[in-house]
Design a protein around this ligand. Structure first.
Ligand SMILES: [Zn+2]
Length: 429
């Protein structure tokens, strides 16, 4: 990995420009001045500028992940804002929203300010998501208005669901005043019980307690109905079941103000992969059946699910080396995200433009960020891709402080060659 300061004026040449906002693809050039977009076009005449040969790479918007856990403050042994940012860059992500289930949680204007101030020195754009309830206790609402002023871009108690329907109603009503989404980890904890993996043929065969698919879709249904009733905005994270997809499709048809995301791992794996008992495949919601995975691929293709988000969740080797029943849920996912989703979705005939939109324009629009990154004057957030490159994901590709990835050893398709972010160009070749 090499990091260099961008020259004051630099023209990127010899590339295919993929514009996910205008939905165009063409051979062209990009002129950057002082780290900002000056021009994007077929051929740009500019004298006395440095040239950067992209060697035929596809150049597009930097990816945006609206669901990551960077563990700071409290568990800096797993990840910090700095190491999480490095993992993001390695995956082509230049904007990341971090979840508030830290220790202590991001549940006050002061804790949001703490992250927002630290973010100023990071090599990516990083934004905090605030907790819905104080201490994520599920009961007492946080000061959302003050937290939005301090920099919170959404609210979530992720890691745990908002079980109290009245709290969900209030959360949707309050957040609507600031036009920010509520993101609820949809899981009926009583139905989950002591479940370890998706309930079905494979849980029976492997002798692990099952988590039924309805434990997710029941709460998705409740959330969508409360959102419809209040007019608030709900974002459904890490959708994993066909039943949830049906619920989301129906609510969208009825005009409910909702969006949804799917993770790379729910697009890539099905529960037969658990036969290795690899604890890195223990996630919440669990890796589901083949039929569910097919439904996720269908839903991201037809737009029922709006975007891809990683749910990057670092854990220590010691924790993940414990027996399956005791291992915590979660896997890291930033570095492998593009190679995993492009492999799965190109195989299903999705175009590169469509897949890139799910990693750029769509997540940015859900949070309310500018999504036309090629507009003149926009701060340069670019990713250079080699989409045809097949490669084997290994520990050497991991920049996270943790290494809990079930993708190690998997052959992926599509590599991130370099990234432009915050006035720097970072190359991975
Ligand atoms: Zn979650």
């Amino acid at each position: 990995m090499k990091t260099k300061q961008l020259p004051k004026s630099v023209k990127i040449t010899n590339c295919t420009i993929l514009d996910p906002f205008a939905e165009k693809e063409f051979a062209g050039e990009i002129l950057l001045k002082n780290g900002k977009i000056n021009d994007v076009g077929k051929s740009i005449s500019a004298d006395g500028v440095d040239e950067l040969d992209a060697n035929g790479a596809v150049v597009t918007h930097g990816f945006c992940d609206i669901h990551a856990h960077f563990r700071e403050p409290g568990r800096e042994d797993k990840e910090t804002l700095v190491t999480g940012s490095q993992a993001a860059l390695a995956g082509g992500f230049t904007t990341v929203c971090v979840m508030p289930n830290t220790n202590p949680p991001l549940d006050s204007p002061e804790s949001i300010s703490f992250i927002a101030e630290k973010a100023e020195d990071l090599p990516i754009q990083l934004y905090p998501i605030g907790a819905v309830t104080v201490g994520q206790n599920g009961k007492e609402m946080t000061e959302m208005g003050e937290m939005v002023k301090a920099g919170a871009v959404a609210f979530s108690d992720d890691g745990i669901p908002i079980t109290d329907g009245e709290v969900m109603r209030l959360a949707l009503e309050y957040s609507a005043q600031f036009d920010v989404p509520i993101i609820n980890h949809a899981e009926d904890v009583d139905l989950r019980g002591t479940g370890q993996m998706n309930e079905g043929r494979w849980s029976t065969r492997l002798g692990l307690a099952g988590i039924p698919d309805v434990s997710e879709s029941i709460m998705v249904e409740r959330d969508l109905q409360v959102a419809g009733y209040t007019g608030g905005r709900i974002h459904v994270p890490h959708v994993s079941t066909e039943k949830s997809v049906h619920a989301i499709r129906r609510a969208k048809e009825n005009g409910v103000n909702i969006s949804a995301e799917v993770t790379p791992h729910h697009l890539y794996f099905d529960d037969s992969a658990l036969q290795t008992y690899d604890t890195n495949l223990k996630v919440a919601p669990p890796i589901r059946s083949e039929a569910d995975r097919d439904a996720m691929i269908g839903a991201i293709s037809d737009g029922t699910v709006d975007c891809i988000a990683t749910d990057h969740a670092p854990h220590t080797v010691e924790e993940k080396e414990s027996p399956f029943e005791y291992a915590p849920c979660g896997m890291i996912g930033l570095e492998s995200a593009f190679g995993a989703v492009w492999k799965m979705l190109s195989d299903k005939k999705m175009s590169l433009l469509d897949v890139v939109r799910k990693l750029t324009v769509m997540p940015r629009q859900i949070i309310g960020f500018d999504s036309d990154l090629f507009a003149k004057g926009a701060e340069a957030e670019l990713v250079f891709l080699n989409p045809d490159q097949e490669w084997t994901f290994g520990f050497e590709h991991i920049r996270s402080k943790s290494r809990n990835s079930p993708f190690v050893g998997e052959t992926l398709k599509g590599q991130v060659v370099s990234v432009v972010s915050r006035g720097q160009i970072i190359s991975f070749k």
